[in-house]
Design a protein around this ligand. Structure first.
Ligand code: HPA
Length: 252
């Protein structure tokens, strides 16, 4: 079963025919809410909005450990994470969807490992490629096959938030190699790796990063909300194609 972690603008999934909602208990506390389990084109899918069903949990307060653990507990074998981002690189314009292949982590104070005590001895996972290469390749192949625009690759910088960045911070992360900035894929991606759950992300550009684009002096929330709505419709369409095509030929 695929798991979908929804981000801002994706707190529900209209194309999912719901079978049930499951409250999953985990040793790591409460997930962001009940997991919605259903089918897309007949294929079982689990959906969990990481900010909660009513979008009430800010990025730094999300229980990432519980969320990933809950998905694995109910039988999820691969995770598609959806995250809204600000565009740093020139071609990461609002509305664009990217499939990042790298990551920079600027977050702090988040519970970022399952291996944190005597019962869970220290383990250093390999994280050279932070997203599952096979899942990425599969997503890209299906996007190309059905004609959904999707940028292949990019470095996602995870910021602490919840505020947006200063223009200088964006200049810094660009020097570091960032192409887009968001607030939620870390420690999520690392925890998925610790659980050996294949994980790939769809980064949806909803604004120019601070100091970029036409309005260099401020980022308009109204603009973000407008872009989000359109972009998330496209993301849902891409995920529907991904799930249905995968069920037709699992190694597409
Ligand atoms: N910065 C960080 N996170 C974001 C942004 C941004 O500009 N837009 C959406 N999530």
């Amino acid at each position: 079963m695929f798991g979908i972690l929804g981000g801002s603008g994706l707190t529900s999934f209209a194309e999912l025919e719901i079978d049930r909602r499951e409250v999953v208990r985990t040793p790591w506390g409460e997930p962001s809410g009940p997991v919605t389990i259903g089918r897309i084109g007949g294929v079982p899918v689990a959906f969990l909005p990481r900010h909660g069903h009513g979008h009430t949990i800010p990025p730094h307060a999300i229980n990432y450990r519980a969320n990933l653990h809950a998905l694995r507990t109910i039988g999820v074998e691969g995770v598609i994470a959806v995250a809204s981002v600000g565009g740093v690189r020139e071609d990461m314009q609002p509305g664009v969807i990217a499939l990042p292949d790298q990551m920079l982590d600027y977050t702090w104070g988040r519970d970022s490992t399952y291996f944190d005590g005597p019962e869970h001895p220290v383990t250093h996972i390999d994280f050279t490629l932070p997203y599952d290469p096979a899942l990425r390749a599969h997503m890209l192949a299906i996007a190309r096959k059905v004609g959904h625009p999707l940028i292949d690759g990019g470095c996602y910088a995870c910021m602490q938030g919840p505020r947006l960045e200063t223009a200088a911070e964006i200049n810094r992360v660009e020097r570091d190699g960032a192409d887009v900035v968001g607030m939620t894929l870390m420690p999520e991606a690392a925890l998925a790796r610790e659980l050996e759950l294949p994980y790939a992300a769809l980064a949806v550009v909803v604004n120019h990063a601070a100091g970029r684009g036409d309005s260099k002096l401020a980022i308009s929330t109204a603009d973000i909300v407008r872009t989000l709505e359109v972009a998330m419709n496209n993301v849902r369409a891409l995920i529907v194609s991904f799930v249905s095509e995968t069920s037709k030929s699992p190694s597409a």
